[in-house]
Design a protein around this ligand. Structure first.
Ligand code: 13P
Ligand code: SF4
Length: 327
């Protein structure tokens, strides 16, 4: 038996003993995706967390995802195997305590220019636009969700905005997702200035290079990519949207504009098709922190438990539930 086989056996044994379910985001390492009961995009995993019967959820992803699972299912124990697995974009917005972007990202060169002062908060943008509903991407902390009207994911952003009874909508924190939503709705979108460092690095030059290398391939892009990238893609969708699109397409080659972890499932589901990363360095270091070792450690020690205070959980759940109610 290999070391991986031994780890897998131990995890499966503990899964049974603890009545646990393992959820893994589509960006997780191959061996973690393989041990999971469910893999999916943020929306699918939220729906699963809300409906699944079990005592323990082991969430292989980043902290806001485990937090959402705990918000939706407070009676279950939710474990995040790697406590430092976070989403830098989620940390780009806070409710009221100012945090400076540059101190969060020492050495990260952001050339886009701020729309607001660096210590601007969600409360500030709400005060600037009183009465305008706030749509919050699930890539946020529980307290930001709690201060919002409704959540969205990359799979349903346009639908969520369209569902609101207002012609002006505040969208936080991803400026790229906001730009994509703005392009696909007639409503006025007031955007925050956050971004995902994995997707925001893609440029038009990357598209030119990839299309020259793979002239017959379709380009699928995630809406966390910049608007000029999305505008040049053949299809813009969430990670599971890409899986569905590629699985049902007659086309045999695809350039994939999202985190490279998705290539594993794309190739597994479509052995007759070819998938190329739009950029080989589209790797989210936080998504890659979770290993079979950390999953086993989480289940042996029942760490790290993710729990949200009731005063935050209840309003945050309202925002998530409103999103989940929209088909
Ligand atoms: P989806 O899988 O929902 O498209 O989200 C991408 C992502 O970046 C999650 O962190
Ligand atoms: Fe956050 Fe981007 Fe990593 Fe997703 S891929 S967790 S948005 S940094």
């Amino acid at each position: 038996m290999t070391e991986k086989d031994i780890l897998r056996e131990k995890i499966l044994h503990l899964k049974e003993k603890r009545n646990a379910i393992i959820l893994a985001h589509n960006y997780q390492r191959e061996e973690v995706q393989d041990i999971a009961d469910y893999t999916g995009d943020s929306l699918e995993l939220s729906r699963t967390a809300a409906s699944i019967e079990c005592d323990v959820i082991v969430f292989c992803g980043v902290n806001f995802m485990a937090e959402s699972a705990s918000i939706l299912s407070p009676e279950k124990t939710v474990l995040l195997p790697e406590i430092t697995a976070c989403c830098p974009m989620a940390d780009m917005i806070t409710v009221s305590s100012a945090r400076h972007l540059k101190t969060q990202f020492p050495g990260y060169h952001y050339t886009g220019g701020y729309k607001y002062p660096a210590d601007f908060t969600l409360k500030d943008i709400k005060n600037l636009h009183p009465g305008v509903p706030v749509v919050t991407y699930v890539n946020t902390t529980a307290d930001v969700k709690a201060e919002s009207d409704i959540c969205c994911t990359s799979a349903n952003g346009v639908r969520i905005v369209e569902s609101l009874d207002s012609n002006r909508v505040i969208c936080v924190p991803d400026r790229n997702l906001s730009a994509w939503i703005a392009k696909n709705t007639s409503k006025e979108i007031i955007s925050w200035d956050g971004f995902c460092h994995v997707h925001d690095r893609v440029t038009i030059d990357d598209i030119t290079t990839a299309r020259n290398e793979h002239p017959g391939a379709l380009l699928l892009a995630h809406p966390e990519c910049r608007i000029e990238v999305c505008e040049r893609a053949d299809h813009v969708t969430s990670t599971s949207g890409m899986l569905r699109f590629a699985n049902s397409s007659d086309i045999k080659e695809f350039i994939i504009g999202t985190e490279t972890g998705l290539l594993y499932k794309l190739r597994k589901d479509n052995p007759d098709k070819l998938f190329y990363p739009l950029r080989k360095d589209m790797v989210c270091p936080n998504m890659k922190k979770t290993t079979l070792h950390s999953v086993l450690h989480a289940m042996e020690t029942m760490t790290y438990k993710i729990k949200v205070l009731e005063e935050t959980r209840l309003p945050a759940k309202k925002s998530l539930d409103r999103m989940l109610a929209i088909k």
